[in-house]
Design a protein around this ligand. Structure first.
Ligand code: NAG
Ligand code: NAG
Length: 367
């Protein structure tokens, strides 16, 4: 009976394709930085922001580095899983074909990337948000050529979009005196500049078909181990935290405004600032033992900037909030994702119109 229903379904899907455009799967297109990168920078050979060496990926799949700047999953991995969506492969993944895109979507996120083009320039190679959108436009051409314009429009309008950038615009731009933005703007005008840019980018994505889109806010980035070690007291940098709060407040307002302005759009904003702030003040309450230093560090040398094979790992990775100087551990990502899931209030995506099971190329849930 099950097989029979399945067969009818496939036949209907095939007929449907011919009669009325796309019976496409719902997939995700992810735009982001190192917090969402799943392998783009690993394939940008000149990039200085890389997660290509052990012990990155130690708690993911086969334990080898996969390009994620984490020991395990990213926040976007966990949120997508909970929605029942496939994990999109990195844009630069050599196995990315039109069929893979139609089944899984694409992840354009790139470590060091920002909302602003100039952000993270000292990493040499990274995809800024504008560059990522440009690559997405290339993806759209491929898909249109493959399934036709009408079906492609349906596919892209039915997809889910994630935009998760902003920390590098502060940490690897505004707060670094080597960047001209640091002396051109003050706190308020810099956030204004970011908002004007992000507004154009979100409108551009809408014009390209994005209808259901989530924007992730920033955490208390003044409390990442790197920022603490740069403050003489070892405390969180309040100025940096205040910037994250202003960014979140302004982005929330922008996203609400766009969601009412842009036709048929459901744009949502969510941040996990408060819960992460609480974890950092009361780690024990959440089952953590350490909330101020990286699990992976190079002896006593701090900041270690990146996790390398010669680094030493903490004894229990699930007890550390931070995996390296910048990035949350798998366990902390789970906590952040659960908070965002609560805020976005979404339910699982119903994939009943998917014509076939995902092929072998689909990323497997490896956690
Ligand atoms: C940003 O970079 C994109 C290319 O990725 C370019 O098209 C755009 O003009 C740049 N914008 C600014 C303000 O420099
Ligand atoms: C909005 O949705 C309606 C109904 O589905 C459709 O006719 C219209 O073209 C859509 N507009 C845009 C801009 O997507």
């Amino acid at each position: 009976m099950k097989l029979y229903v399945g067969l009818i379904f496939v036949v209907m899907a095939i007929l449907g394709n011919e009669l009325e455009g796309c019976h496409c799967k719902i997939v995700q297109f992810i735009f982001g930085d190192s917090l969402s990168d799943v392998g783009n920078n690993k394939l940008l050979s000149k990039s200085l922001a890389q997660a290509s060496l052990p012990w990155y990926g130690i708690d993911f799949g086969n334990g080898l580095p996969n390009g994620r700047f984490s020991n395990g999953r990213t926040v976007a991995d966990i949120i997508g899983d909970s929605m029942g969506l496939p994990r999109p492969p990195a844009f630069l993944d050599p196995s990315l074909t039109e069929d893979v895109i139609l089944e899984n979507g694409v992840n354009y996120a790139s470590g060091g990337g920002g909302i602003l083009n100039e952000t993270g320039s000292y990493f040499i190679q990274r995809f800024s948000l504008y560059k990522q959108i440009e690559l997405f436009q290339g993806t759209q051409v491929l898909i249109r050529n493959k399934i036709g314009k009408k079906a492609a429009d349906e596919f892209f309008q039915g997809a889910r979009y994630v935009v998760a950038l902003g920390s590098n615009d502060f940490i690897n731009n505004y707060l670094m005196p080597v960047y001209s933005d640091s002396w051109t703007y003050n706190d308020q005008t810099f956030v204004g500049y970011l908002m004007a840019t992000l507004r154009d980018q979100l409108k551009l994505l809408h014009s390209l078909g994005a209808r259901q889109l989530m924007v992730f806010g920033l955490g208390p980035m003044g409390c990442i181990p790197l920022q603490r070690v740069l403050s003489l007291s070892g405390n969180c940098q309040q100025k940096t935290n205040n910037l994250a709060k202003s960014f979140n407040k302004a982005t929330n307002k922008l996203v609400e405004e766009l969601s009412t302005q842009l036709p048929n759009s459901s744009y949502k904003f969510g941040d996990a600032y408060d819960v992460v702030d609480d974890v950092i003040s009361n780690p024990g309450k959440y089952g953590f033992e350490n909330a101020d230093s990286p699990c992976c560090s190079f002896g006593t040398i701090r900041p270690a900037l990146t996790c390398v094979p010669a680094s030493r790992l903490c004894k229990d990775r699930s007890k550390y909030v931070f995996w390296d100087e910048y990035h949350p551990s798998d366990k902390a990502s789970e906590l952040i994702a659960n908070e965002l899931i609560k805020k976005f209030g979404f339910v699982r995506v119903d994939q009943t119109n998917a014509p076939s099971p995902a092929p072998g190329l689909a990323p497997s849930p490896e956690d």
